[in-house]
Write a protein that binds this ligand. Structure first.
Ligand code: N01
Length: 549
């Protein structure tokens, strides 16, 4: 039988059988759940819109796309995997991440239970049968499936956001969003490249463009408070050394706010002397990565004056690297655009230095907004900036978009996106009242983007696996969050974020990057240990907050 015939047969079989579990999305969360649920004897299948595994690393293949978490914890903690895998870089690029996902796929034989190029469009809960009917667009995979449990693992950044720039369609050259980059790549050599947006994607792609392009114009609305990556190449000896530390690194994740292998410094920035502050700041700066953000004084993200000490240190470091004072002021202004760390900092390598080069230009589109895109370039402040290639690094309908773009209908036929129109409601960031047997991993009101992705995939994933095992063992076939538990969870999220500085930034953490989206914290702000404690308490009480039958 040919592969196409085999796929067709398995698609037909799936149209008639009822799976125990259907998973949407082949990133860290979805793959973890597929593997673990299979190990527990569930009949499980996974559908993925892309043509390969890797989730965000499949789609974000723009030049420079790179992880912002060190490789030791940006991987599964399963020993049979890390024993056999060597990393080439401390912060791996997208190509290395893709190779890692292929390795995991091969080691765990995951693809045999995955339908690729299959995008789920609609799904509804059949109350009588107690299962989900899922419809997708696919030429080769199943177009309709039934499953007792539906696990949505679409990640925080699967729906790119493109602003409605006047004339965008008229642009005559290649124009791509970083989150939908052409799989065959795009060469910047000798081109005049324009990058709109200076989030992590914009910073990364601009750095690469600066090296290849004839001219690079960066359109900045808000400066990114970037941190030094301190990249390192890793050889076999480095990997052996890393492996000896992995068990301790993985163990630390459960104690840290963001599922990392380091913790906040327990001291207050304001109680420390200026010399002590500088000492810690310098130490964390030299380590690179997110240490300056997540291993810094514990009051940095809750006290404005403490935060300002870090901002001023950061600003000084940036100014040292930029020749032109006006450019330095645009990139690192005297008045902070938002408290440091309340928008996710990007990790940069030569981002600031590149603005000293004559072919790299910075345009302040806060002062002079983009009024139009023409066939030949970008118009801002009445001036046309000529561009051959236009890069839209304008972000994502983050955290909720992957769920709300699917027409998900619950037991009374109502739609999840409508339910969330005036504010997200979940219980434990996992479940929804009115939507029985639907569970979400790496979604809203969970640690999600406040947490390292693989850590979240494993911690939340294991909780879901245990929950499904519990239901099976107790001959139960339906689980639904109660409206009261959901309301209390929402209030807890809003309450926990109130004393922090996060609400002060117009960030995607706050849903503030999408016009018309409700402005509210989209993550659970209590940190991973507190989150897992709440989940474990509920489980110990027979899944308090849920109705089981
Ligand atoms: O998106 P963003 P991203 N006119 O939303 C600008 C992860 N990630 O794709 O700040 C003009 O952060 C917008 O301006 P402003 C990481 O978690 C990780 O860069 O709203 N500009 C901003 O500059 C990251 O946080 C890596 O004023 C407009 C930019 O577009 C998350 O993904 C790499 C505009 C969007 O920045 C998202 O990052 C890449 C408009 N109308 C991504 N609308 C790693 O390193 C938006 N902008 C692992």
């Amino acid at each position: 039988m040919t592969t196409a015939q085999a796929k067709h047969e398995s698609a037909s079989a799936m149209a008639t059988e009822t799976l125990d579990v259907l998973i949407i999305g082949a990133g860290f969360s979805g793959l973890y759940l597929l593997d673990r649920l299979r190990e527990h004897g569930f009949n499980v299948h996974l559908v993925e819109a892309g043509s390969g595994v890797g989730g965000i690393w499949h789609w974000n293949c723009y030049p420079g796309a790179r992880v912002d978490t060190t490789c030791n914890i940006y991987q599964f903690s399963r020993e049979s995997l890390w024993r056999k895998w060597d990393w080439n870089e401390r912060f791996p690029g997208y190509a290395e991440m893709r190779a890692y996902f292929e390795f995991v796929d091969q080691q765990l034989d995951l693809s045999r239970d995955i339908s690729f190029d299959t995008r789920v469009r609609r799904t509804h809960f059949d109350e009588q049968a107690r299962n989900w009917i899922v419809e997708s667009d696919s030429d080769t995979g199943p177009s309709q499936m039934r499953a007792n449990y539906l696990l949505v693992c679409t990640g925080f950044g699967s729906v790119p956001y493109t602003p409605a720039f006047d004339g965008l369609d008229s642009f005559s050259g290649p124009c791509h969003h970083t989150g939908l980059w052409p799989q065959q790549g795009l060469d910047f050599s000798g081109q005049r490249v324009g990058v709109i947006g200076t989030g992590a994607s914009g910073v990364q792609v601009a750095q690469e463009a600066a090296r290849a392009a004839r001219e690079l114009t960066v359109f900045q609305r808000t400066p990114n408070l970037c941190l030094p990556m301190q990249q390192q190449q890793l050889d076999a000896t480095d990997n052996e050394r890393l492996r000896t530390n992995y068990p301790a690194d993985f163990a630390t994740r459960s104690q840290s706010f963001g599922g990392t292998d380091y913790l906040f410094d327990p001291r207050s920035a304001l109680q420390a002397s200026p010399a002590e502050r500088t000492e810690l700041f310098e130490k964390l700066w030299a380590k690179g990565g997110f240490w300056f953000w997540l291993a810094n004084f514990q009051d940095l993200l809750s006290d404005a004056a403490a935060n300002r000490t870090a901002y001023d240190f950061w600003r000084g470091k940036v100014h040292e690297r930029i020749d032109e004072p006006a450019t330095a002021e645009l990139l690192a202004p005297a008045v902070p655009p938002h408290p440091f760390g309340t928008k996710r900092p990007s990790l940069e390598q030569w981002y600031y230095d590149m603005f000293n080069e004559p072919h790299v230009h910075l345009v302040d589109i806060k002062q002079t907004p983009i009024s139009q895109i023409t066939p030949a370039g970008v118009v801002a402040g009445g001036r046309e900036y000529p561009v051959d290639v236009l890069v839209l690094a304008t972000g994502f309908d983050a955290v909720t978009g992957g769920l709300t773009e699917i027409d998900i209908r619950g037991s009374d036929g109502s739609n999840l996106a409508q339910k969330w129109a005036d504010g997200v409601r979940t219980y434990q960031g996992l479940a929804n009242s009115g939507f029985p047997n639907l569970l979400v991993s790496y979604g809203p009101q969970a640690p999600t983007a406040f947490c390292n992705g693989p850590t979240s995939a494993e911690f939340q994933g294991e909780y879901i696996v245990e929950m499904l095992c519990y239901l099976r063992e107790h001959n139960l076939s339906r689980i639904e969050a109660t409206p009261q538990a959901e309301q209390a969870w929402r209030e807890e999220c809003l309450e926990l974020v109130r004393p922090t500085l996060f609400p002060q930034a117009d960030s995607w953490y706050m849903g503030a990057n999408i016009p018309g989206k409700k402005r509210e914290i989209l993550m659970y702000p209590g940190g991973l240990p507190m989150y897992m404690e709440a989940l474990e308490k509920s489980a110990a009480e027979g899944y308090a907050g849920f109705e089981l039958s």
